[in-house]
Design a binder for this molecule. Sequence first.
Ligand code: PLP
Length: 430
Amino acid sequence: MLSLARSELAWQEAQRYLAGGVNSPVRAFRAVGGTPPFIQRGAGARLYDLDGNEYIDYVCSWGALIAGHAHPDVVERLQRAVERGTSYGAPTELETALARRVVELFPSIELVRFVNSGTEATMSAIRLARAATGRAKIVKFTGCYHGHADPLLATAGSGLLTFGIPSSPGVTPGTAADTISLPYNQLEPVEEAFSQAGGEIAAVIVEPVAGNMGVVPPAEGFLQGLREITRRHGALLIFDEVITGFRLAPGGAQELYGVQPDLTCLGKILGGGLPVGAYGGRRELMELLAPLGPVYQAGTLSGNPLAMEAGLATLELLRRPGAYERLEALSARLADGLRRASELAGVPVAVNRTGSMLTAFFTSEPVTSYETATLADTARYARFHQAMLRRGVYLAPSQFEAAFVSLAHGDEEIDRTLEAAEEALREIAS
Ligand code: PLP
């Protein structure tokens, strides 16, 4: 039995001072129940909580830690950097070095702007797209998450092309009305939206591999279709590669699928576990940003030297020969093993995987869309999550998230995870 006595005390105390005890809702474990373990430290692929429990970590700071926790190269660079100060609010060569790396890896990006989170990246990319096109509306896909900026917290109205409605109180109906939410992986509704309102649509924003409804890869031709439709109608295509950037290939999903967006949003891995986001694209678009152009966007801590160092160190580690092959091989083994374990236990599971991001959906149907993802048995996932946690495997505390494999994972971690999964699935079979 997992002892979480100290975490339980910490959880009570946290709830006295922090809204809901957390700084990001999913961390509260509401979807899976139980007390969230309070983390004391991370090392490699492992997390350690206040009670001394050790976990194999598949959250990896929601995909940011592709090199694992406290990688010595990242730590060493940060230690050296911190001695030189933590923020200057003035240009540094580090920003140029990381931007150069991004431009080298992403052929669609000629200029970069760093921000502090993925939310800021998507919010700013949308502002830029609106300014570049002189149009107001944006198209997003239901089930994709692009951070919590107001225009992106909108959901579909009653009909396919009716005004978007706020998906959170506090978002004004006026803001939401400019967002059109369409079903992921279907091109006809996109065609229809453009045929009705094409002259008003500034951009289509998409997770090129959805990670935030659980992993749902793009259907054959979906991304290519979005490219073609947006181009035909003079709208911009924005790839939100906050998760997929540097993970699925050095140049992200756009490299993997051979589709070039107009703007790309980055985050997570780019900051190596420190707060970072970025957006970038063609020169003539990015030159609309102040100080060159009229579109305002700024940040006190943007391009923070510590974040730049952690990002540079992480991208250096990904450059080592075999890094992506290793991620692929381990992740494939994990996915295959989970499928086998589910068959053995007689618990239907649909495992979706693209590279080192994967989700085991508790459903017998293939998951190819938001609609099919939401058929998953979330109560069963909650029991699985608890059963895995007790066996020392830390999975995302929601069915609709990805598991991330890092360079710090190895065969031992995968073996132990699969052993745990076999037992856990048997336990929840009834
Ligand atoms: N875009 C995607 C695809 C994400 O997964 C996330 C966060 O999970 C964001 C944007 C928002 O990033 P952040 O949480 O850094 O604001």
